[in-house]
Write a protein of this length. Structure first.
Length: 288
């Protein structure tokens, strides 16, 4: 069995830590470079705790002290900075290059990943979230980097079935206008995956302040987005590659759409008919 990375060790034990130690854990996971070059006292101050809590945190997760935490973080950063998201993607596929059944193997991995994620989803949470998707007067979608492509797909699909689905733009003027107009009857969904761009997290925080029910889709139980949302779906995967996550993410978003439709079958069937009729009429008029 492969040895757990320091990130995996902290995530695995996160829920068993004290509240003050969880603050340290979150800070360590979100600021590994800082921890690697600063003292335990400085880390405690930044995490809102103390040097003593930082040291106790190290012992609790099975380390022999703060120096070992710094050493393991340094090694973790070396491996993961050498292998970027693209690097992780390529290196994880190298073993498959010599496979005669390459297509079957790669798609089999994707299929297994989707099944793994499906098993992690709480049915009650899924039911309540899809009900909110159906009932919301307006839906805001937030994503950055690779996540923005998933958000665009989600908007395209939802817009065919219901009105008032918007991508949140990060340009200052448009963002301020959006935040001025949001209402508590509306819903925000933020996609925040590894690399955790700060803009979606900050926007989610602003939506939450305004009473908008905010849902996160992320890939870690201790991702920074958790602090600013009402609930989160965690699509965990062993690799730190957003590229590898994308097929499973789209599959999950598609499942959310299906779940939303299940709350009012007749309504969404009517929407489909109206969309098809308009599309056919538009094409006929445009090209006749």
């Amino acid at each position: 069995m492969n040895k757990l990375t320091i990130k995996e060790r902290i995530e695995q034990q996160f829920n068993s830590l004290s509240k003050s130690q969880q603050k340290v854990a979150s800070f360590v996971l979100n600021n590994p470079t800082y921890v690697g070059v600063h003292s335990a006292s400085e880390v405690g101050k930044q995490a809102g705790t103390s040097e003593t809590t930082v040291i106790r945190f190290c012992y609790t997760i099975g380390l022999n002290g703060y120096a070992q935490l710094q050493k393991e973080l340094t090694m973790y950063l070396f491996v993961n900075n050498t292998n970027s998201t693209l690097g992780n993607y390529v290196s994880s596929k190298e073993e498959l290059f010599k496979e005669q059944q390459l297509c079957e193997k790669v798609m089999g991995q994707t299929s297994n990943q989707i099944v793994r994620i499906a098993e992690q989803i709480n049915p009650e949470q899924f039911h309540e979230t899809t009900k909110k998707l159906h009932e919301a007067k307006r839906i805001y979608l937030i994503g950055a980097g690779a996540s923005s492509f998933a958000a665009q797909w989600f908007q395209f699909t939802l817009n065919m079935l219901r009105p008032n689905v918007e991508l949140v733009h990060t340009e200052t003027g448009m963002l301020i206008r959006t935040l001025q107009e949001v209402k508590e009857s509306e819903l925000a969904i933020v996609i925040s995956l590894h690399r955790y761009f700060k803009e979606p997290i900050q926007i989610a925080e602003e939506f939450a302040k305004r009473g908008v029910y905010t849902v996160a889709i992320t890939d870690s139980n201790v991702a920074p987005i958790h602090s600013f949302v009402n609930e989160a779906f965690v699509l965990q995967q062993p690799e730190l590659s957003t590229i590898d996550m994308m097929p499973s993410l789209i599959a999950f978003l598609n499942t959310l759409v299906v779940g939303m439709m299940s709350h009012d079958r007749e309504y969404y069937n009517e929407q489909r008919v109206k969309y098809d009729d308009f599309q056919n009429s538009f094409i006929a008029n445009r090209w006749s």
